[in-house]
Design a protein around this ligand. Structure first.
Ligand code: APR
Length: 165
């Protein structure tokens, strides 16, 4: 039985096994939640990302894919980096946004994680409308088998969108 929670707060403070990062394909950091995770988690995370880029992820991480690294100084055990789709008015990329959630859950399960925290992927710099993202996220995780899924929303409007029935 999976418990799904919604909290208004900072994902870098979450004491869960896996914190999901809304990264970009370079895996080398950025703004938003990516910046917060690297800032709070420390250089070990970036070092692990650089190793991924030097190895299997030479070309970077594709949109919708997910990969784990150490969580560095964060309370979590791992960070799972995923690349959300940039919002498009002309192309339906909702499958890719759903993939971010499903692939992050898959990586978390492979690690043996029992709890995972998601930010509102793609709804910041990538401009995905929050109501749409909330629906896609909710559907994408509905058949998850992990004990705890926590959506950590950074502002009230996003929290309201994710908790609206
Ligand atoms: N905790 C939780 N949520 C956060 C935090 C935080 N510390 N900081 C930002 N957010 C929220 C934003 O308010 C937004 O609701 O995360 C959501 C996703 O926004 P972004 O971080 O901008 O991510 P995204 O829209 O997926 O864009 C990804 O931004 O940071 C860069 O390197 C990243 O290029 C990539 C792009």
């Amino acid at each position: 039985m999976t418990t799904i929670e919604h909290v208004l707060g900072d994902i870098t403070n979450q004491n869960v096994d896996v914190i999901v990062n809304a990264a970009n394909s370079s895996l080398l950091g950025g703004g938003g939640v990516d910046g917060a995770i690297h800032r709070k988690g420390g250089p070990e995370i970036l070092a692990a990302c650089r190793e991924l880029r030097a190895g299997h992820y030479g070309g970077g991480l594709r949109t919708g894919q997910a990969v784990a690294t150490t969580a560095g100084r964060l309370a979590a055990r791992w960070v799972v980096h995923t690349v959300g789709p940039v919002w498009s008015d002309t192309e339906d990329r909702s499958g890719l946004l759903a993939d971010c959630h499903r692939n992050s859950l898959k990586v978390a399960a492979e690690l043996g994680a029992t709890s995972i925290a998601f930010p509102a992927i793609s709804t910041g710099i990538y401009r995905w409308p929050v109501d749409s993202a909330a629906k896609i996220a909710r559907t994408a995780v509905e058949d998850a088998e992990i004990d705890l899924i926590r959506f950590v929303l950074f502002d009230q409007a996003t929290y309201d969108a994710f908790t609206r029935p």
